[in-house]
Ligand binder design. Structure first.
Ligand SMILES: [Zn+2]
Length: 751
């Protein structure tokens, strides 16, 4: 894309003489009388003489330094004397110091609406041979952005301060022999810096923490017409290319920021000016500006070095990704947006991030095909822009449910067709995010059913193909009592045949596309859907399709349950009966005799899933309702089946007190299980002891599992092999007779 023109159009220190916004600012303190009094030493006179230096060192302590959260003392890293602020009284007479702070603010590129407030930190005395190796300051105060060093007149050679930012380096020299002027330098806190060894004399400085105040509202910079043109070109160019989601632009800033100090008016150095220019140009071009943190992650295969060794060189980029997070709008309000990815051609910057050292790196050992690998993380902040007209589309990325609501709301206006169509177009695949397994709505629950909203949108746009595309992931099983009314809008707009085609296509695709695993309507809600669909005047063909699909799904589920043992079948019996009842009633409502017949035939031919007594009760309940004429035959056949089966059972009569036979068998009849089955059916045997080897015992016991047979199993650990003891339940006859009596009562109710 055209990001090079955008970068070129932004203010650049090397091309603009007026440019302010460096990472450091050097000044001389003039028109000011500086007085310093140190406890135990007294007032200091300039230039500072040898006697005073010795006294100052006498009142000092060795300076420590911070490494992450720790404070350390290590004279090979930092070797200098320190006098803390509480032991000093420092005063500047005249306006010179205040004027200088303002010049520093400007030179650092900070907005005119802000103010730098110095907080005295300490006095440092670098005697001959002393130094401070390269380090980065820890931000000691909230809102601290920079450090100010005031070099006092004191003869010395060496002791230069080196300040580094990215690839740049600035040398601040304070050496003097009889100087009476006061040199100052300020630099941003994220700069690496070091103090070289003092060769002769002593380098004495005051250091200040600079805190930034003010600047709550964005100070929009001057118009930059070249930049505006470049941005327009970049975003208009995207119209020609079909994209999966709206085009964005992320300009990477040069300084580092955290979520705590990311703020439009507190951007450091050149970042501030460029951000203001981008924000101003964005407004002129109909773009929405944001501030965000960026993490660039790269995974490289390496060559050379030992196993996982750090001297290995990256050779081939395996994978990379750029993530934006922690969003702020132009009023510095934190936005509730989630993290999102951005493609590499959407980022630009003045300095290539890969030219600097990664903020974090991790070597990993051997990784299959790739050998050894190394991970790099670069952390930056960025100005992120996208088109105002893509705002709803972008919302799909950040907060899916509210974006859907916003789009549905648009469809409630009479003349928003173009706006709705544009949003659909620019949202691309983001629209279908709810179908993806990684979607937040998926976590801890079923995906939400969006058919209602999507049907409303698809009906509003009145474009067959776009509507079809929009609804391509919905199957008939997502139609419910609460969304059928919106679905009827589609029927009115595009015709029943179109709607049917939609479901048929989805059914075909659902076999291969995982995006179809979704929020299927529970079977028990089918009856409610039937009522609602009839009331909403859904087309007859669609009504029949719904019920045929639902009955087929129920039968298919039960077939899939074919391997279930009696225990699981019993556990799921109630739900199965309730589902079947809801389905049968739905066929009543829709007067669909074929579907009713199919369901009843299924019940009759699958007795393992519909045991006799519950089935009889279920039938009694059905018979109480109004059965449409179309279904009378089918219901009668079920009734005949049930009564015949009951009569067959009842004809066996009650179980005699000495009858120990059990009607069921183990699911296996092998050499070991055969004798057990004989015992189960034997009417004169209540207990049996079998001497069987351990592996065969386990096989038999395993076959009892889940069969709900009225037998107690125990193992007597005596002799070789041990004994397997089977005892039929002592209340076997009573239970059988209780069941017999219950069945008799039910049979009477069915006459
Ligand atoms: Zn067996």
């Amino acid at each position: 894309m055209h990001t090079a023109a955008i970068v070129k159009a932004l203010s650049n220190a090397s091309t603009t003489s007026e440019f302010s916004g460096r990472y450091y600012a050097e000044q001389r303190l003039t028109n000011t009388t500086l007085t310093i009094t140190v406890d135990g030493v007294g007032a200091i006179t300039f230039p500072i003489n040898k006697g005073t230096i010795q006294k100052l060192i006498g009142s000092s302590r060795p300076a420590q330094y911070g490494l992450r959260e720790k404070t350390l003392k290590d004279t090979t890293v930092r070797n200098t004397h320190e006098i803390t602020a509480d032991k000093m009284h420092v005063a500047y007479e005249g306006k010179g110091f205040t004027a200088m702070m303002d010049k520093i603010r400007k030179a650092l590129g900070l907005s005119d609406q802000t103010k730098l407030i110095p907080h005295l930190h300490n006095m440092l005395i670098y005697d001959a041979g002393q130094f401070f190796k390269s380090h980065q300051d820890t931000e000691k105060l909230d809102d601290m952005v920079a450090t100010l060093v005031v070099a006092l007149p004191c003869p010395h050679i060496g002791g230069d301060l080196l300040i580094r930012h990215n690839k740049d380096e600035h040398r601040f020299t304070s050496e003097n022999l009889d100087g009476d002027s006061i040199k100052c330098v300020a630099f941003y806190s994220d700069c690496q810096h070091e103090v070289e060894k003092v060769k002769k004399g002593a380098r004495i400085v005051l250091t200040y923490n600079l805190v930034l105040a003010g600047g709550e509202a964005l100070d929009i910079g001057l118009a930059n017409p070249v930049l505006q043109k470049a941005l327009k070109h970049y975003f208009d160019g995207s119209l020609e290319i079909e994209r999966a989601e709206p085009l964005k632009l992320a300009y990477l800033l040069e300084h580092s920021y955290t979520e705590h100090n990311l703020n439009w008016n507190r951007l450091k150095g050149a970042d501030g000016q460029r951000a203001r220019e981008l924000a101003s140009a964005a407004q002129a071009c109909g773009l929405v500006p944001h501030l965000a943190l960026v993490e660039i992650h790269e995974n490289w295969a390496t060559e050379g070095g030992e196993d996982g060794a750090e001297d290995a060189e990256p050779s081939e980029l395996i994978d990379s990704g750029i993530t934006l997070s922690t969003w702020f709008d132009k009023d510095n309000h934190r936005l509730p947006y989630s993290a999102c990815s951005i493609s590499e051609d959407e980022i630009c910057s003045h300095a290539e991030y890969a030219d600097s050292d990664p903020d974090e790196q991790e070597y990993e050992g051997y990784m299959g095909n790739y050998g050894n690998t190394v991970d790099y993380w670069y952390r930056r902040a960025a100005i992120v822009l996208w088109s105002e007209s893509d705002q709803v589309a972008m919302q799909f990325k950040f907060d899916y449910p509210s974006a859907v609501r916003a789009l549905v709301k648009l469809t409630q206006g009479p003349s928003n067709h173009q706006a709705v169509l544009k949003t659909i177009r620019s949202s691309g695949d983001l629209l279908f995010q709810y179908r993806s397994r990684s979607h937040p709505a998926d976590k801890g629950g079923k995906p939400k059913n969006y058919l209602d909203s999507f049907a409303q949108i698809a009906a509003y746009i009145d474009q067959r193909e776009v509507a079809q595309n929009l609804l391509r992931y919905f199957s008939v099983n997502e139609l419910t009592a609460s969304n059928v009314k919106s679905f009827v809008l589609l029927q009115e707009c595009y015709g029943a045949g179109w709607c049917l085609g939609l479901f048929n296509k989805a059914k075909e695709r659902s076999k291969t596309d995982y995006l179809f695993t979704g929020s299927d309507r529970p079977t028990k809600e089918t009856e409610a859907l039937a009522h609602a669909a009839v009331k909403a005047e859904l087309d007859m063909e669609l009504l029949n399709y719904i019920i045929a699909e639902a009955v087929d799904a129920h039968i298919k589920d039960n077939q899939a349950d074919g391997r279930m043992r009696p225990r699981e079948l019993k556990r799921s019996l109630l739900e199965r009966m309730n589902d079947a009842r809801a389905l049968l009633r739905a066929t009543f409502v829709l007067t669909n005799a074929a579907a009713g017949r199919k369901l009843i035939d299924h019940i009759i031919t699958t007795p393992s899933h519909y045991s006799l007594a519950p089935c009889a009760e279920w039938l009694i309940d059905i018979l109480r309702s109004d059965i449409p004429k179309t279904h009378e035959m089918a219901v009668k056949s079920l009734r005949d089946h049930v009564t015949r089966s009951m009569d067959g059972e009842l004809s066996k009569g009650v179980k005699a007190a000495n009858d120990w036979s059990i009607d069921s068998k183990l699911p296996c009849n092998c050499h070991q299980c055969g004798p057990v089955n004989v015992f189960l059916q034997a009417s004169n045997e209540s207990s049996k002891t079998l001497a069987v080897a351990q592996q065969h015992r386990s096989h038999i016991i395993g076959n009892f599992d889940g069969q709900l047979l009225p037998v107690k199993i125990s193992v007597v650990a005596k002799g070789s092999p041990h004994k397997l003891v089977l005892d039929k339940w002592p209340n076997l006859q009573k239970e059988a007779n209780d069941r017999f009596n219950d069945l008799k009562v039910l049979r009477e109710r069915l006459t």
